[in-house]
Design a protein around this ligand. Structure first.
Ligand SMILES: Nc1ncnc2c1ncn2[C@@H]1O[C@H](COP(=O)(O)OP(=O)(O)OP(=O)(O)O)[C@@H](O)[C@H]1O
Ligand SMILES: [Mg+2]
Length: 378
Protein backbone atom coordinates (compact mmCIF):
# COMPACT_ATOMS: atom_id res chain seq x y z
CA UNK A 1 0.00 0.00 0.00
CA UNK A 2 1.22 3.51 -0.68
CA UNK A 3 0.07 7.11 -0.76
CA UNK A 4 0.15 8.37 -4.34
CA UNK A 5 -1.04 11.94 -3.95
CA UNK A 6 -1.41 14.37 -1.09
CA UNK A 7 -3.27 17.66 -1.04
CA UNK A 8 -3.17 20.17 1.82
CA UNK A 9 -5.43 23.17 2.12
CA UNK A 10 -4.97 25.70 4.92
CA UNK A 11 -3.22 23.05 6.96
CA UNK A 12 -0.52 24.39 9.34
CA UNK A 13 1.77 26.66 7.31
CA UNK A 14 0.46 25.44 3.93
CA UNK A 15 -2.03 27.54 1.96
CA UNK A 16 -2.66 25.10 -0.86
CA UNK A 17 -0.27 22.34 -1.79
CA UNK A 18 -0.49 19.29 -4.00
CA UNK A 19 2.18 16.57 -4.13
CA UNK A 20 2.63 13.58 -6.41
CA UNK A 21 4.58 11.05 -4.36
CA UNK A 22 6.98 8.24 -5.05
CA UNK A 23 5.66 4.80 -4.06
CA UNK A 24 9.02 4.09 -2.42
CA UNK A 25 11.06 6.97 -1.03
CA UNK A 26 10.19 10.62 -0.53
CA UNK A 27 12.57 13.13 1.00
CA UNK A 28 11.42 16.49 2.33
CA UNK A 29 14.39 18.79 2.69
CA UNK A 30 14.55 22.39 3.86
CA UNK A 31 15.50 24.74 6.67
CA UNK A 32 14.14 24.69 10.24
CA UNK A 33 10.52 25.79 10.35
CA UNK A 34 10.00 25.33 6.60
CA UNK A 35 7.16 22.80 6.96
CA UNK A 36 8.77 19.36 6.61
CA UNK A 37 7.30 17.85 9.77
CA UNK A 38 3.93 19.37 8.88
CA UNK A 39 3.87 17.24 5.74
CA UNK A 40 4.49 14.09 7.78
CA UNK A 41 1.76 15.21 10.17
CA UNK A 42 -0.64 15.54 7.22
CA UNK A 43 0.11 11.97 6.12
CA UNK A 44 -0.34 10.74 9.68
CA UNK A 45 -3.73 12.48 9.81
CA UNK A 46 -4.91 10.69 6.68
CA UNK A 47 -3.89 7.31 8.11
CA UNK A 48 -4.95 7.77 11.72
CA UNK A 49 -7.58 10.55 11.52
CA UNK A 50 -5.62 12.57 14.06
CA UNK A 51 -2.26 14.21 14.49
CA UNK A 52 0.73 12.69 16.16
CA UNK A 53 1.42 13.73 19.73
CA UNK A 54 -0.99 15.73 21.82
CA UNK A 55 -1.66 18.59 19.39
CA UNK A 56 -5.36 19.34 19.03
CA UNK A 57 -7.08 19.62 15.68
CA UNK A 58 -7.62 23.36 16.01
CA UNK A 59 -3.85 23.97 15.96
CA UNK A 60 -3.62 22.24 12.62
CA UNK A 61 -5.80 24.83 10.90
CA UNK A 62 -3.70 27.55 9.36
CA UNK A 63 -3.55 30.68 11.53
CA UNK A 64 -6.34 33.08 10.55
CA UNK A 65 -8.41 30.41 8.77
CA UNK A 66 -11.50 28.55 10.00
CA UNK A 67 -11.16 25.28 8.12
CA UNK A 68 -8.47 22.96 6.85
CA UNK A 69 -8.67 20.06 4.44
CA UNK A 70 -6.42 17.13 3.64
CA UNK A 71 -6.86 14.75 0.78
CA UNK A 72 -4.87 11.65 -0.09
CA UNK A 73 -5.11 8.82 -2.58
CA UNK A 74 -3.97 5.45 -1.27
CA UNK A 75 -3.12 2.76 -3.79
CA UNK A 76 -3.73 -0.71 -2.39
CA UNK A 77 -1.70 -3.77 -3.30
CA UNK A 78 -4.42 -5.01 -5.65
CA UNK A 79 -4.34 -1.70 -7.51
CA UNK A 80 -7.58 -0.33 -6.06
CA UNK A 81 -7.53 3.32 -5.03
CA UNK A 82 -9.03 4.86 -1.91
CA UNK A 83 -9.53 8.59 -1.63
CA UNK A 84 -9.43 9.83 1.96
CA UNK A 85 -10.47 13.33 2.97
CA UNK A 86 -10.09 14.94 6.40
CA UNK A 87 -11.97 18.18 7.03
CA UNK A 88 -11.11 20.17 10.12
CA UNK A 89 -13.34 22.98 11.29
CA UNK A 90 -12.79 25.39 14.13
CA UNK A 91 -14.79 24.32 17.20
CA UNK A 92 -16.67 21.64 15.27
CA UNK A 93 -16.29 17.92 14.85
CA UNK A 94 -13.93 16.86 12.14
CA UNK A 95 -15.21 14.93 9.16
CA UNK A 96 -13.43 11.93 7.70
CA UNK A 97 -14.46 10.58 4.31
CA UNK A 98 -13.50 7.50 2.36
CA UNK A 99 -14.31 7.55 -1.34
CA UNK A 100 -16.81 10.33 -0.85
CA UNK A 101 -18.69 8.80 2.10
CA UNK A 102 -18.26 10.09 5.63
CA UNK A 103 -17.45 7.48 8.25
CA UNK A 104 -20.07 7.16 10.94
CA UNK A 105 -17.45 5.85 13.34
CA UNK A 106 -13.92 7.10 12.92
CA UNK A 107 -12.59 3.95 14.63
CA UNK A 108 -13.55 2.03 11.47
CA UNK A 109 -10.74 3.88 9.74
CA UNK A 110 -7.94 2.83 12.09
CA UNK A 111 -5.75 0.03 10.78
CA UNK A 112 -6.82 0.33 7.15
CA UNK A 113 -3.82 2.46 6.24
CA UNK A 114 -1.19 1.41 8.76
CA UNK A 115 1.51 3.95 9.55
CA UNK A 116 4.52 4.14 11.85
CA UNK A 117 6.12 7.47 12.70
CA UNK A 118 9.51 8.05 14.28
CA UNK A 119 10.10 11.51 15.77
CA UNK A 120 12.70 13.02 18.09
CA UNK A 121 10.13 12.99 20.94
CA UNK A 122 10.09 9.20 20.93
CA UNK A 123 13.15 9.26 23.14
CA UNK A 124 10.66 9.75 25.99
CA UNK A 125 9.74 6.09 25.61
CA UNK A 126 13.04 5.33 27.24
CA UNK A 127 13.46 8.32 29.53
CA UNK A 128 9.99 8.85 30.96
CA UNK A 129 8.05 6.89 33.59
CA UNK A 130 6.87 3.31 33.22
CA UNK A 131 3.36 4.33 32.06
CA UNK A 132 4.77 5.28 28.64
CA UNK A 133 6.26 1.84 28.22
CA UNK A 134 3.09 0.06 29.33
CA UNK A 135 1.32 2.10 26.68
CA UNK A 136 3.72 0.68 24.12
CA UNK A 137 2.64 -2.82 25.17
CA UNK A 138 -1.03 -1.88 25.26
CA UNK A 139 -0.99 -0.15 21.88
CA UNK A 140 0.66 -3.06 20.20
CA UNK A 141 -1.57 -5.68 21.83
CA UNK A 142 -4.84 -3.78 21.45
CA UNK A 143 -4.33 -3.42 17.72
CA UNK A 144 -4.12 -7.17 17.26
CA UNK A 145 -6.38 -8.46 20.03
CA UNK A 146 -9.79 -6.88 20.74
CA UNK A 147 -10.23 -9.16 23.76
CA UNK A 148 -7.11 -7.61 25.27
CA UNK A 149 -8.49 -4.12 24.74
CA UNK A 150 -11.75 -5.06 26.44
CA UNK A 151 -10.02 -6.63 29.41
CA UNK A 152 -7.76 -3.61 29.72
CA UNK A 153 -10.74 -1.26 29.87
CA UNK A 154 -12.45 -3.49 32.43
CA UNK A 155 -9.31 -3.79 34.54
CA UNK A 156 -8.74 -0.04 34.62
CA UNK A 157 -12.36 0.63 35.55
CA UNK A 158 -12.25 -1.90 38.40
CA UNK A 159 -8.91 -0.51 39.53
CA UNK A 160 -10.39 2.99 39.76
CA UNK A 161 -13.34 1.63 41.74
CA UNK A 162 -11.10 -0.34 44.06
CA UNK A 163 -8.88 2.68 44.70
CA UNK A 164 -11.91 4.86 45.37
CA UNK A 165 -13.20 2.28 47.84
CA UNK A 166 -9.80 2.15 49.62
CA UNK A 167 -9.88 5.95 49.98
CA UNK A 168 -13.40 5.80 51.38
CA UNK A 169 -12.35 3.25 53.98
CA UNK A 170 -9.58 5.55 55.25
CA UNK A 171 -7.55 2.62 56.51
CA UNK A 172 -10.43 0.68 58.10
CA UNK A 173 -11.52 -2.85 57.23
CA UNK A 174 -14.26 -3.35 54.65
CA UNK A 175 -17.11 -5.32 56.23
CA UNK A 176 -19.36 -4.75 53.20
CA UNK A 177 -17.12 -7.15 51.24
CA UNK A 178 -16.93 -4.74 48.31
CA UNK A 179 -13.14 -4.93 48.13
CA UNK A 180 -13.38 -8.69 47.94
CA UNK A 181 -15.82 -8.36 45.02
CA UNK A 182 -13.37 -6.14 43.14
CA UNK A 183 -10.55 -8.55 43.89
CA UNK A 184 -12.51 -11.38 42.30
CA UNK A 185 -13.69 -9.37 39.32
CA UNK A 186 -10.15 -8.21 38.55
CA UNK A 187 -8.74 -11.74 38.52
CA UNK A 188 -9.74 -12.65 34.97
CA UNK A 189 -8.69 -9.41 33.26
CA UNK A 190 -5.42 -9.20 35.21
CA UNK A 191 -4.49 -12.79 34.41
CA UNK A 192 -5.30 -12.35 30.72
CA UNK A 193 -3.40 -9.07 30.39
CA UNK A 194 -0.37 -10.54 32.12
CA UNK A 195 -0.37 -13.68 29.97
CA UNK A 196 -0.63 -11.69 26.73
CA UNK A 197 2.09 -9.23 27.70
CA UNK A 198 4.37 -12.11 28.61
CA UNK A 199 3.64 -13.88 25.34
CA UNK A 200 4.32 -10.69 23.39
CA UNK A 201 7.79 -10.06 24.80
CA UNK A 202 9.61 -12.97 23.17
CA UNK A 203 8.83 -12.27 19.49
CA UNK A 204 8.98 -8.52 20.07
CA UNK A 205 12.46 -8.73 21.60
CA UNK A 206 13.62 -10.75 18.63
CA UNK A 207 12.41 -8.10 16.16
CA UNK A 208 13.90 -5.35 18.30
CA UNK A 209 17.35 -6.87 18.74
CA UNK A 210 17.47 -7.76 15.07
CA UNK A 211 16.76 -4.17 14.02
CA UNK A 212 19.22 -2.84 16.58
CA UNK A 213 22.00 -5.11 15.39
CA UNK A 214 21.48 -3.88 11.83
CA UNK A 215 21.51 -0.20 12.72
CA UNK A 216 24.40 -0.37 15.19
CA UNK A 217 26.49 -2.81 13.18
CA UNK A 218 26.38 -5.04 16.28
CA UNK A 219 28.51 -2.66 18.29
CA UNK A 220 26.48 -3.27 21.43
CA UNK A 221 23.61 -5.50 22.44
CA UNK A 222 20.24 -4.42 23.72
CA UNK A 223 17.59 -6.36 25.55
CA UNK A 224 14.17 -6.19 27.05
CA UNK A 225 12.80 -7.60 30.29
CA UNK A 226 9.19 -7.74 31.35
CA UNK A 227 8.76 -7.25 35.08
CA UNK A 228 5.46 -8.06 36.68
CA UNK A 229 4.41 -9.03 40.17
CA UNK A 230 2.36 -11.70 38.44
CA UNK A 231 5.49 -13.37 37.10
CA UNK A 232 5.96 -14.95 40.53
CA UNK A 233 2.49 -15.02 42.06
CA UNK A 234 -0.96 -15.75 40.74
CA UNK A 235 -3.59 -13.03 41.11
CA UNK A 236 -5.37 -14.47 44.15
CA UNK A 237 -2.16 -14.87 46.14
CA UNK A 238 -0.89 -11.44 45.11
CA UNK A 239 -4.03 -9.54 46.01
CA UNK A 240 -4.39 -11.47 49.28
CA UNK A 241 -0.80 -10.58 50.22
CA UNK A 242 -1.31 -6.94 49.32
CA UNK A 243 -4.67 -6.16 50.85
CA UNK A 244 -3.30 -5.13 54.25
CA UNK A 245 -0.79 -2.77 52.65
CA UNK A 246 -3.40 -1.44 50.22
CA UNK A 247 -5.65 -0.47 53.10
CA UNK A 248 -2.86 1.52 54.74
CA UNK A 249 -1.68 3.12 51.47
CA UNK A 250 -5.29 3.62 50.34
CA UNK A 251 -4.51 2.44 46.84
CA UNK A 252 -3.92 -0.78 44.96
CA UNK A 253 -0.24 -1.64 45.15
CA UNK A 254 -0.29 -4.94 43.27
CA UNK A 255 -1.37 -5.75 39.73
CA UNK A 256 -0.62 -5.31 36.04
CA UNK A 257 -0.81 -1.51 36.36
CA UNK A 258 2.55 -1.83 38.11
CA UNK A 259 4.18 -3.80 35.29
CA UNK A 260 7.41 -2.47 33.90
CA UNK A 261 9.36 -2.94 30.68
CA UNK A 262 13.07 -2.67 31.36
CA UNK A 263 15.35 -1.78 28.47
CA UNK A 264 18.97 -2.84 28.74
CA UNK A 265 22.21 -2.27 26.90
CA UNK A 266 24.86 -4.92 27.45
CA UNK A 267 22.80 -5.92 30.52
CA UNK A 268 22.89 -2.44 32.09
CA UNK A 269 19.84 -0.18 32.37
CA UNK A 270 19.69 1.55 29.00
CA UNK A 271 18.62 4.98 30.26
CA UNK A 272 21.63 5.10 32.59
CA UNK A 273 24.35 3.98 30.22
CA UNK A 274 23.32 4.69 26.63
CA UNK A 275 24.77 7.63 24.72
CA UNK A 276 22.43 9.92 22.78
CA UNK A 277 23.12 8.15 19.50
CA UNK A 278 22.63 4.78 21.13
CA UNK A 279 19.33 5.90 22.64
CA UNK A 280 18.23 7.09 19.26
CA UNK A 281 19.24 3.79 17.65
CA UNK A 282 17.24 1.96 20.29
CA UNK A 283 14.11 4.01 19.76
CA UNK A 284 14.38 3.50 16.01
CA UNK A 285 14.65 -0.24 16.58
CA UNK A 286 11.57 -0.20 18.80
CA UNK A 287 9.62 1.52 16.04
CA UNK A 288 10.87 -0.85 13.37
CA UNK A 289 9.78 -3.79 15.54
CA UNK A 290 6.33 -2.20 15.84
CA UNK A 291 6.29 -1.76 12.07
CA UNK A 292 6.69 -5.53 11.60
CA UNK A 293 3.95 -6.32 14.09
CA UNK A 294 1.59 -3.87 12.48
CA UNK A 295 2.35 -5.36 9.09
CA UNK A 296 1.51 -8.84 10.38
CA UNK A 297 -1.71 -7.78 12.07
CA UNK A 298 -3.09 -5.64 9.22
CA UNK A 299 -1.70 -7.67 6.32
CA UNK A 300 -0.68 -4.41 4.68
CA UNK A 301 2.70 -2.80 4.29
CA UNK A 302 2.72 0.20 6.62
CA UNK A 303 3.93 3.63 5.59
CA UNK A 304 7.04 4.69 7.47
CA UNK A 305 7.54 8.34 8.44
CA UNK A 306 11.04 9.22 9.64
CA UNK A 307 11.32 12.70 11.10
CA UNK A 308 14.75 14.12 11.86
CA UNK A 309 16.39 10.73 12.21
CA UNK A 310 19.87 11.92 11.31
CA UNK A 311 20.34 14.12 14.30
CA UNK A 312 22.86 12.46 16.70
CA UNK A 313 23.47 9.41 14.54
CA UNK A 314 26.94 8.95 13.12
CA UNK A 315 27.49 8.48 9.42
CA UNK A 316 27.84 4.71 9.68
CA UNK A 317 24.52 4.29 11.53
CA UNK A 318 22.73 6.58 9.10
CA UNK A 319 24.04 4.49 6.24
CA UNK A 320 23.02 1.23 7.89
CA UNK A 321 19.60 2.55 8.76
CA UNK A 322 18.98 3.72 5.21
CA UNK A 323 20.23 0.43 3.77
CA UNK A 324 17.76 -1.32 6.04
CA UNK A 325 14.68 0.75 5.28
CA UNK A 326 15.43 0.85 1.55
CA UNK A 327 15.57 -2.93 1.40
CA UNK A 328 12.54 -4.71 -0.01
CA UNK A 329 11.40 -5.49 3.55
CA UNK A 330 9.91 -1.99 3.72
CA UNK A 331 7.33 -0.14 1.68
CA UNK A 332 6.81 3.58 1.21
CA UNK A 333 9.08 5.89 3.18
CA UNK A 334 9.10 9.56 4.01
CA UNK A 335 12.25 11.17 5.36
CA UNK A 336 12.87 14.75 6.44
CA UNK A 337 16.26 16.40 6.57
CA UNK A 338 17.71 19.89 6.82
CA UNK A 339 20.62 18.82 4.64
CA UNK A 340 19.47 18.46 1.02
CA UNK A 341 22.44 16.28 0.06
CA UNK A 342 22.76 13.80 2.90
CA UNK A 343 20.03 11.34 1.92
CA UNK A 344 20.48 11.77 -1.79
CA UNK A 345 24.20 11.01 -1.65
CA UNK A 346 23.34 7.68 -0.04
CA UNK A 347 20.42 6.91 -2.33
CA UNK A 348 22.54 7.33 -5.43
CA UNK A 349 24.08 3.95 -4.60
CA UNK A 350 20.61 2.45 -5.05
CA UNK A 351 19.56 3.11 -8.63
CA UNK A 352 16.81 0.49 -8.22
CA UNK A 353 14.98 2.57 -5.62
CA UNK A 354 12.40 4.97 -7.00
CA UNK A 355 12.65 8.24 -5.14
CA UNK A 356 11.56 11.87 -5.13
CA UNK A 357 13.00 14.87 -3.39
CA UNK A 358 10.95 17.89 -2.40
CA UNK A 359 12.47 21.20 -1.40
CA UNK A 360 10.37 22.84 1.26
CA UNK A 361 10.47 26.61 1.74
CA UNK A 362 8.01 28.51 3.95
CA UNK A 363 5.03 26.24 3.44
CA UNK A 364 5.66 25.46 -0.22
CA UNK A 365 7.04 22.08 -1.32
CA UNK A 366 8.51 21.77 -4.81
CA UNK A 367 9.78 18.69 -6.60
CA UNK A 368 13.06 18.93 -8.52
CA UNK A 369 11.48 20.10 -11.78
CA UNK A 370 9.34 22.73 -10.08
CA UNK A 371 12.34 23.89 -8.10
CA UNK A 372 14.42 24.28 -11.25
CA UNK A 373 11.67 26.30 -12.92
CA UNK A 374 11.29 28.43 -9.80
CA UNK A 375 15.02 29.26 -9.78
CA UNK A 376 14.96 30.14 -13.48
CA UNK A 377 12.08 32.53 -12.95
CA UNK A 378 13.78 34.23 -10.01
N1 LIG B 1 -1.63 26.43 12.54
C1 LIG B 1 -0.58 26.98 11.93
N2 LIG B 1 -0.74 27.98 11.05
C2 LIG B 1 0.31 28.53 10.42
N3 LIG B 1 1.59 28.14 10.61
C3 LIG B 1 1.81 27.14 11.47
C4 LIG B 1 0.75 26.50 12.18
N4 LIG B 1 1.28 25.53 12.95
C5 LIG B 1 2.61 25.56 12.75
N5 LIG B 1 2.94 26.53 11.87
C6 LIG B 1 4.28 26.88 11.37
O1 LIG B 1 4.87 25.76 10.78
C7 LIG B 1 6.28 25.89 10.91
C8 LIG B 1 6.87 24.62 11.44
O2 LIG B 1 6.78 23.66 10.49
P1 LIG B 1 7.50 22.26 10.69
O3 LIG B 1 7.44 21.82 12.09
O4 LIG B 1 6.94 21.38 9.65
O5 LIG B 1 9.02 22.67 10.34
P2 LIG B 1 10.21 21.74 9.91
O6 LIG B 1 10.51 22.01 8.48
O7 LIG B 1 9.94 20.36 10.30
O8 LIG B 1 11.39 22.35 10.80
P3 LIG B 1 12.57 21.65 11.62
O9 LIG B 1 13.68 21.41 10.65
O10 LIG B 1 12.95 22.67 12.62
O11 LIG B 1 12.03 20.41 12.23
C9 LIG B 1 6.56 27.00 11.88
O12 LIG B 1 7.05 28.11 11.18
C10 LIG B 1 5.21 27.26 12.49
O13 LIG B 1 5.05 28.59 12.86
MG1 LIG C 1 10.62 19.16 11.82
Amino acid sequence: MHLATLKLTQFKNYASQGLALSPRLNCFVGFNGAGKTNLLEAIYYLCMSKGYGTGQDQYSIRHGDQVARLEGTFVLDDGREDRIVVKLRNRQRKVLERNGTAYTRISEHIGRYPVVIVTPDDINLVLEGSATRRKLLDNSLSQTDPVYLNYLITYNRLLDNRNARLKELEGHGDHTGLLEVYNQQMAEPATYIHAKRKEFIGPFTELLTDAYARISGQREEVGLTYRSQLNELDWDTLIEERTEKDRIMQRTTGGVHRDELVFTQNDHPLRRVASQGQLKSFVLSLKLAQYRLLEQSTNRTPILLLDDIFDKLDHERVRQLLELVMSSAFGQLFITDTDPERVTSLIRHHPEVNWQRFLVVDGVARNEAEWKRFLEEE
